[in-house]
Design a protein around this ligand. Structure first.
Ligand code: AMP
Ligand code: ZN
Ligand code: ZN
Length: 302
């Protein structure tokens, strides 16, 4: 296959765009897609301080790499979730990245800083690991961004992630979640930092290719706790659809952003009050969901 731009040898074919690119033009395409997402949703500017949540996986490390390449002020935030070998390996990938690029990293350990790890919390609360994991990440993202006075928090969610989550939300008509699913969530004066997802125009396959070609070393293994998760099933379904009908995934997601999302936005409006324990914003009276889980972990026997 030949590069659509220069006729040279293509290193990747992109059926959804009916094109193929050589290495140089793939980088150009990829970076243009990130720029387009940032501009289209006015995510941030060069003066903003960005905190990039990095897991050690391809998407978030590529995002951090690209933002620094563009000249943005981007620091990283890594949360060690205490998931054995997976956490130590992903933490090492992040550290290697930081050393090679002399980047700034905020490092939080769930076990050392908050007294529990994800597997232990899941076992003691009798919940699936993704529940305390998601809750802890959301809480720490916000808290670290506020404490470091960042203007915005960026995550590496890509087109596949967002389409799969949208599929799940539509399947169950989760109108509240649909109202909150957007590439930008504005800051709430009640204490929620602005959140953005600059990789929504790129697929997992594209971020993996960019990482490999650009020499970004990342942890290939998926989180062992996420195996069998529903989102993984939805991703497979959408990938099967994409093979039969290239472009379906992006039509589904972008169509929602353009014509669906606004209809659900009203379901988002909820008042926030400070948690009586930690002061972080919550929709509940008294303890926030995070402090409630922590207090339950203190009372439930190991
Ligand atoms: P996931 O929920 O694992 O699909 O990850 C979605 C995004 O959340 C990633 O692209 C990262 O930006 C962020 N993220 C996930 N895990 C971590 C972590 N352990 N530390 C910091 N950020 C994370
Ligand atoms: Zn080319
Ligand atoms: Zn709290």
């Amino acid at each position: 296959m030949k590069c659509t731009k220069c006729g040279g040898r293509a290193v990747i074919d992109l059926k959804r765009h009916n094109s193929g690119f050589c290495k140089e033009h793939f980088f150009e395409y990829f970076e243009n897609q990130v720029r387009k997402a940032i501009d289209e949703f006015s995510m941030f500017g060069l003066r903003d301080r960005i905190l990039v949540a990095v897991s050690g996986g391809k998407d978030s490390l590529v995002l951090w790499d690209v933002l620094m390449r563009f000249g943005y002020q981007a620091d990283g935030l890594y949360i060690d979730l205490g998931i054995g070998e997976y956490s130590s390996a992903s933490s090492q990938k992040v550290r290697d990245f930081v050393l090679a690029r002399q980047a700034n990293l905020r490092h939080v350990s769930l076990e050392q800083d908050y007294g529990y790890g994800v597997p232990e919390a899941a076992r003691r609360l009798r919940r699936a690991a993704c529940s305390p994991c998601g809750l802890s990440k959301r809480y720490i993202f916000n808290r670290e961004a506020l404490e470091g006075s960042y203007d915005v928090l960026a995550t590496g969610h890509n087109l596949d992630d967002e389409a799969a989550v949208l599929f799940g939300n539509v399947l169950r008509w989760n109108t509240g979640y649909l109202g909150r699913q957007y590439p930008v969530l504005e800051e709430d004066p009640g204490g929620l930092v602005r959140k953005v997802k600059p990789l929504i125009r790129l697929t997992e396959r594209e971020t993996a290719a960019y990482a490999v070609l650009q020499g970004v070393d990342y942890i290939v293994e998926e989180c062992p706790k996420a195996i069998g998760a529903r989102t993984t099933l939805y991703k497979q379904l959408l990938n099967d659809l994409e093979i039969q009908s290239p472009g379906s995934k992006q039509q589904f997601l972008y169509g929602f952003y353009e014509r669906g999302h606004d209809s659900f936005e009203a379901s988002r409006d909820v008042a926030l009050t400070p948690c009586t324990e930690c002061g972080q914003p919550t929709t509940r009276e008294g303890l926030c969901a995070f402090c409630q889980v922590r207090s339950r972990l203190l009372t439930v026997r190991a």
